[in-house]
Design a protein around this ligand. Structure first.
Ligand SMILES: [Mg+2]
Length: 400
């Protein structure tokens, strides 16, 4: 089996997106200082070409200032319908790469490419493939950052611009993070920066050097703790696809960490069983099986596998989920939270679903679910499941 990627998070960000989208339909705008924005007294720069940036023009700057900085500045009014159309093409390429795409804005997204390790040697190869396709099929430049967590992937894409890729290996990420301005850290706005500034903080490394207590006293428990963790490169946010609305998932945070294959497998069996019943109740099947694992240090890993067909069968989901979980957890690593879900849902008549699965299995599971319909969720269950909560645990969630 191909080795897991240590840095599976890719942040793709289009370069000067509005300007480049305008250049797609007006080549006369190429190579010159261009901004997108209004012309009125109160107008601000919505986007600036790199040629305009050379004059010190930045987005959010008043247009009057921008015009003073560059007499030859070309100003193009914004056309959001057009940008959305171009964005849709870009996101089509991203979602063609993996379903684990989380759009952040019209021109940037996070991807979790951890599941693609059988299709590429490295996340860098995947990122270059994506950038190549965006260049060839849409005609636009983009940049990509690759890291183990979202925070660092986003910072890496920023550092890679324009038209570049930056991969931050895990063993270099703290040096990369700590060298950057404290302003670059998520959660540090102007007011927070002003408070940190009084302590002499300039870089993220300076934040990391502060005791957590100092941060929580200065900024409150929530933000203080948040910045304490982020400054150490700890960011447990997973890539959450918008298509989550079209997924069903269950997860559980364990009262005590679960250690060892058999114990974990029992929990997985329970979760898959709950998931299978919900699918049955909702009359749904899906193609992409997804697992989520959180370790005691709060690092969270999400992996998915897409089948060639939609399934609703617990046995089939369990088989795929087992392989995904085993690849993430390895041998004996304690697990704090386990989740399993199904994406790419289709509403389907159950009788049409059992391609690739033995019909008896289908009938058996359907019979079990029907018994539960009549007598309650705990009336019957898969063999091998030890007694447990009758209802889905408090930690479980469902999104429809
Ligand atoms: Mg951008």
């Amino acid at each position: 089996m191909a080795e897991a990627f240590s840095e599976p998070i890719v942040h793709v960000d289009m370069d000067a997106f509005f300007v480049e989208a305008e250049r797609l339909r007006d080549s006369g705008l190429r190579g010159i200082p261009v901004v997108v924005g209004g012309r009125g007294d109160r107008a601000v720069v919505a986007a600036a070409s790199y040629e305009a940036r050379a004059f010190g023009i930045r987005s959010a700057m008043p247009m009057s200032v921008a015009r003073r900085r560059c007499a030859d500045l070309t100003i193009v009014p914004g056309d959001h319908a057009w940008y959305r159309e171009v964005s849709t093409r870009v996101f089509g390429i991203l979602r063609d790469t993996t379903p684990l795409v989380e759009g952040i804005s019209i021109d940037e997204a996070f991807l979790d490419v951890g599941g693609l390790r059988h299709h590429a040697d490295s996340p860098v190869e995947i990122a270059e493939r994506i950038r190549g396709r965006i260049r060839d099929e849409v005609g636009l430049p983009s940049s990509a950052g690759i890291a183990s967590v979202k925070l660092l992937a986003k910072m890496a894409s920023e550092a890679a611009k324009p038209d570049g890729v930056l991969h931050v290996p895990v063993d270099e990420q703290l040096a990369f993070l700590h060298s950057r301005s404290a302003r670059a850290l998520w959660g540090v706005g102007e007011a927070t920066f002003a408070k940190l500034d009084r302590l002499g903080v300039e870089t993220i490394g300076d934040i990391a050097a502060l005791p957590e207590r100092t941060l929580t006293r200065l900024l409150g428990p929530s933000l203080g703790r948040h910045l304490h963790l982020l400054s150490r490169g700890i960011d447990d946010r997973v890539v959450e696809p918008e298509s989550e609305a079209k997924s069903v998932s269950v997860e559980e945070t364990f009262a005590t960490d679960v250690v060892g294959g058999p114990a974990l497998d029992t929990e997985l069996l329970r979760l898959v069983d709950t998931l299978g019943y919900r699918l049955h109740r909702a009359g749904l099947a899906g193609r992409t099986i997804q697992v989520k694992v959180r370790f005691p240090d709060f690092t969270t890993v999400q992996r998915s596998h897409t089948l060639g067909h939609a399934t609703h069968l617990s046995a089939e989901i369990l088989g795929e989920a087992r392989a995904l979980v085993a690849a993430v957890v390895g041998e004996g690593r304690p697990v704090r939270l386990l989740g399993v879900g199904l994406q790419g849902l289709v509403a389907t008549d159950e009788r049409q679903l059992s391609f690739g699965a033995p019909a008896t299995r289908d009938h058996l599971e359907a019979a079990v679910h029907r018994v539960r319909d009549r007598f309650g969720p705990s009336a019957v269950g898969p063999a091998g499941l030890r007694p447990g909560p009758e209802q889905p645990s408090p930690g479980s969630k469902e999104e429809g």
